[in-house]
Ligand binder design. Structure first.
Ligand SMILES: Nc1ncnc2c1ncn2[C@@H]1O[C@H](COP(=O)(O)OP(=O)(O)OP(=O)(O)O)[C@@H](O)[C@H]1O
Length: 353
């Protein structure tokens, strides 16, 4: 993540609903005055500030509102906890380009560029809160508009997680019967990746919504619980030897959303389906981590020990109880848990057929 996007995220959470800063901005909007607020105070800010007065007071919504009634800018510290100057005229370099029209917004954009600190402007005439960071402008929207979009994304996420769980349980059956093809594996990764992208959009909304996003956060957490572990196991089961998960992640990052619909593209990212990922019907067998992880009360160390020993799910399915018990770190109890668990999984997939 670049510095400017992490500053954007930090700042969005500083101005999110539930914070004093946001409450102050809402008051300014309701009072129909404008404001220009610099979030950061150092020598550079000092150099381009003229007039006004120094203060060092705790930031409260009421104070921010009162100080913004005066002409000029308010300067607060970068954690948005203290107000440091008010009634300031800002004199950024006029040579910094700005696409904005009014003086307030031109100044806000220039100060943000010159100091590297975020600057907020509240437009009196347009009743809009804008955030300027490093040459980018972002409108701070009311929670209702963000929630409307977030709920749409949540509905999409729900559809995808339902499809994912069907496709993944279909893969269980194919794995037990050892009739998996590259297409089957790739379809699961494709859905996991789509889910990951939608979830990341929703995480952005949660951040922006502050205290208004709590319910959304819970819903997101519920829909995506365990999915990243599922992804790790899937990749551990099928990646060709020597191909790192980080490499697959990096490749997928460059796959745009339309291209993600192309299974061959996803297969190629996983190093499967031949050089161009087109050989989707090629048979492939899992190592067994993903399926074994579905067995309740079987610890991951035991799963790893067994998978390392046989190297394939079919090897494990064909092993006798004695052979499994003999694996270091297993013992009779875990061996029974594993055998019972596998039989139950086999039964479930048989019934599902
Ligand atoms: N350089 C500056 N430093 C501090 N404050 C400024 C500066 N320029 C403008 N402002 C503040 O912005 C106020 C409005 O200025 P102006 O009407 O030119 O801007 P605007 O962009 O059209 O604003 P709005 O969208 O709020 O109507 C000023 O009264 C002043 O308080």
């Amino acid at each position: 993540m670049s510095d400017s996007s992490s500053l954007m995220r930090e700042t969005l959470s500083l101005v999110a609903p539930g914070t004093e800063l946001r409450a102050g901005l809402e008051r300014i909007l309701r009072g129909r005055t404008g404001a220009i607020i610099v979030i950061g105070y150092d020598e550079t800010v000092e150099e381009i500030s003229s007039g006004g007065f120094q203060i060092d007071a705790e930031l409260s919504a009421a104070r921010l509102r009162e100080l913004s009634k005066m002409d000029g800018a308010v300067v607060i510290d970068s954690t948005a906890t203290r107000i440091r100057r008010a009634n300031v005229q800002l004199l950024p370099s006029a040579s910094i380009e700005t696409a904005e029209a009014g003086m307030r917004h031109r100044t806000a954009e220039r100060v943000a560029r010159q100091t590297g600190y975020p600057v907020i402007s509240v437009s009196q005439s347009m009743q809009i809160i804008s955030l300027y960071i490093d040459g980018k402008r972002r409108v701070i929207e009311p929670s209702e508009s963000i929630l409307a979009r977030a709920n749409q994304a949540l509905a999409t996420l729900e559809r995808y997680t339902t499809r994912l769980s069907q496709t993944a349980s279909g893969l269980n059956t194919l794995e037990i019967e050892d009739i998996v093809s590259v297409r089957d594996v790739t379809s699961v990764l494709q859905l996991l990746e789509m889910v990951r992208r939608i979830a990341s959009d929703i995480e952005g909304y949660v951040l922006e919504l502050g205290t208004d996003g709590r319910l959304l956060d819970l819903q997101l957490e519920e829909l995506t619980r365990g999915l990243m572990a599922e992804r790790d196991f899937l990749l551990a089961d099928y990646l060709p030897n020597g191909l790192e998960v980080a490499t697959v992640d990096a490749r997928l990052k460059w796959v745009g959303s339309p291209a993600l619909l192309d299974l061959a593209m996803v297969a190629r990212s996983m190093g499967l389906g031949g050089p161009d990922g087109q050989e989707l019907d090629t048979a492939i067998s899992p190592r067994g981590l993903r399926l074994l992880s579905k067995i309740p009360r079987l610890p991951l160390v035991a799963i790893r020990a067994v998978v390392d020993h046989w190297g394939s799910l079919q090897g494990i399915l064909g092993a006798s109880s004695e052979e499994i018990e003999a694996v270091e770190g297993i013992g009779p109890r875990r061996a029974r848990t594993l055998r019972d668990g596998l039989s139950r999984l086999a039964e479930v997939s048989l019934n599902e057929r």
